[in-house]
Design a protein around this ligand. Sequence first.
Ligand code: MOS
Length: 767
Amino acid sequence: LMQGAMEKLVPLAPDSWIPGGRPDPLIAHKHGLIGTPVSRLDGALKVKGEATFSAEFRFDHMAYAALAYATIPRGRITAVDSGAAEVAPGVVLVMTHLNAPRMNKPGVFGSSPTAVGPADLPILQDDRIHWNGQPIACVLAETQEQADHAASLVRFTYDEEPSTTSLAGAKANGIEQGLFMGQPLLNEIGDAKAALATAAHVVDQVYRTPRHNHNAIEPHAATIAWVDGELVIHDASQMVTAQAQTIGEVFDLDLHQVHLTSPYVGGGFGSKGLWDHQIIGAAAAKLAQRPVRIALSREGVYRVVGGRSLTEQRVAIGATADGAFEALIHTGLSVMTPHNNMPEPFILGTRTAYACPNITLQVEIARMNMLANTFMRAPGEAVGTFALECAIDELAADLGMDPVELRIRNEPDKDPTSGLSFSSRHIVDAWLSGAERFGWADRSAVLGGRRDGEWQVGMGCATGTYPYYRMPGAQARITLARDGDTVRAKIEVAAAEMGMGTSTTTAIVAAERLALPMDRIEVGYGDASIPGAIMAGGSQQTAAIGAAVIAAQNALVGELLKLAGNDSPLAGLSADEVGSEDGGLAKRDDPARRESYASILTRAQRDSVTVTEAASQPLELMHWSMHSHSAIFCEVHVNAVTGETRVSRILGSFDCGRILNPKTARSQFRGGIIMGLGMALMEETQFDERSGRIMNPSLAEYHIPVHLDVPDIDVIWTDIADPHTPMGAHGIGEIGITGVAAAVANAVYNATGKRVRDLPITLDKLM
Ligand code: MOS
């Protein structure tokens, strides 16, 4: 997606990509809203049950869908026995590849700027099985329970074919260079192999991370109807426009014929995209000529929605006696299917993390017959920082050096692989303020040196990193509407609110930009009919929205000046000379020359004015190396009798540019850290290497942290604005998880002297 869009960009002079060609005055909190804590505007609706989620929409005469899943990893369906299902109570339709309507294949993510399918497989179009768990029948019935029951009655006969379901088998079939967004995951600077061979101090280890499945609180669902040949979908989506476009292509519809809304999403983390279930639901609705609700069970999410793929990573670091890195090698392997394109890009963070003259980075892939894997919060960085930051801890131990000190000594002054300058990087500040606040000086350098009864106590730390992105294609529509002397603004963006505070932050940015109070701002989102395309992914949505709001506000100033005419105090001024102040427009350097929005609209005899404008192109990405950063500090208690690890304290010290809403930002950071605790200690998809089947498809057997697993999480940040982003902000959605697993592993090592290099750190590995 990023690559397709970025290819169209043309570099401009370094100062011309900022809207208006000058630093944004709001970076310094012009009206005081940016940087003030604001509660989520959608919060009350959610706790009162008044927010309608995708599986809560209703259509008249709606049927309920249930799926049946293949039980072999590869082969053909030779016979279908649907007789018992068809006569089961309430059954409306049994749909298999034998009777499903003809559909086009979805375009795989990254194959074009709009395609968002996880894989390019045809769905229910032939007898082929590609993974153990593939949906192979859809039953519609009058109730969900009737559909679930009847789906269990459909019988399939298979002709099983040879498959690859073990990692060893996948490697034996051959490995390939991994590509991410079309680019090879490969960097070669200097001669790392030679430098490693002669380095005074060397660590060289292999780290392993398992498969992870998505467990958003809201399982995936869609409520779907065909109305006059057009498709209406109430979906749970992180990318409404691209998703409407792709499902439209499957059914030969134009974008305007797909009415896709997704007003509320109960968590996404990369998973709330287009999967088989929405396409199957739309196909069944077409065939049965009835609206359909298709809500995946928790098991269904594990069968249909891909997660994070496993990795095996080698990290080798060679350093001088005083800790300067001379060689940095981060290479290894991840697995994918034959029909998707999402390697776990674990070297992305390593590209920019540390100064080193000799760097080799590479991700290779092997192919397996499994569910297509996908994005999962900080894909690449989350698992890559585990390996890199554990290796640095191992080197610090070898050098007898404080691991914070070792990292600061290797702080780069420019991006070590791209050679670009950093737009804004204050990670050393984050390290120092975090160490002070956490009490890092109290850490015992002696392994196993602190005891509390039968508990061994240790401290660890790690760096997290996640790139700043801003995808092209964002637009914003602003409508100013007058009711007497009161003017309200509606801001519409084709964005998604997954619970992280996007709609609130959009309101803050719009209120600031328009100089209106928050309670005069309404935000519309989660609807593919809104112009532009904005994806809640890559931690870039807020920057994309902000740039679009800036552009739309500039356009609005121009429209209002036209309406103001010659009788206005603003007469004769150009849009460049005018900004928003106190519910109206004012000359920037002479605010006494002003007129309120209400006055301008009244004189022009207008009730409202609407503008739509596209965001500036994200050219900042071509000029700078831009990233969010963190320093994570963690204290663990490891039980010497049982091996149980309890995280007793954790602090995230973040450097992510300007923080727009401290309240939702703190929550985002904490949520990411909690997901990191799960990655460190619990999460692991049990994939049966004999059958390719996921064996723990439930929250009973796939463990994620519960409240009692989570200590108080302290969060601080530098709050230093990046002058090269639309609002001075970097992304905060994915940085939280990165570094956490390494900080925990390093603390466990400090507590026990045991180095666990394969996640999760379960008690058996510490006994
Ligand atoms: Mo994120 S994994 O880009 O939703």
